[in-house]
Design a protein around this ligand. Sequence first.
Ligand code: 3PG
Length: 231
Amino acid sequence: MINHGPHGPQKLYGDSMSITPQDACKRNRETCELAPIVPVLVVDDAASARPLAEALVAGGLPALEVTLRTPAALEVIAEMAKVKGGVVGAGTLVSPQDVQNAVDAGAQFGVSPGATDELIAACEALGLPLLAGAATATEAMQMLARGYDLLKFFPAEVSGGAPALKAIGAPLPQISFCPTGGVSLANADDYLGLSNVICAGGSWVAPKALVAEQDWSGIEALARDASQLGK
Ligand code: 3PG
């Protein structure tokens, strides 16, 4: 990102830790291949972070998306990043500052409902592999033109669900997706059976009520069921 300050253009980001779109997608592909489902987590209490992550990892879901939608989210990422076997990312990235905060907290990947030039630039400059959202062929093609061939299909169900994603895949088979938004135990296999889907995201594996009750074995059981999807 270039800041046109009083002394002319200045780089806001150093180059040392930057990542290319190709490397970002390669790393995200590896993360997405760890399990069929990436839990989408909205966590209010940082004290829940470690036991929640441990339960999900134990249940077979190591890749975790922590949404930046609660005041505790950055602390939750930092806590979850300490859990052995987990790969923790930050979701709901909207601004470059979100990207900086996510990197500082230890996030290993970033997820966004869409994509802006500023967000993409920040992720590339700070070395955070971005899984950007796209819901249409045009949005997907715009990201492909920038070098991104792995995207989040969002919001999946209301954008036409698995049939829509299958239809997008016919002319654009080179783009892979992680559908998220309305994905559930009941419909996940419809997505996971598509050739352009690597994994799907969903919040159902960590229901707020079970987190509040600290029912970690219940969450581990939900994760275990989810880990068997698509097989
Ligand atoms: C989100 O950003 O909340 C995700 O899309 C999760 O959607 P879900 O709650 O329908 O799984």
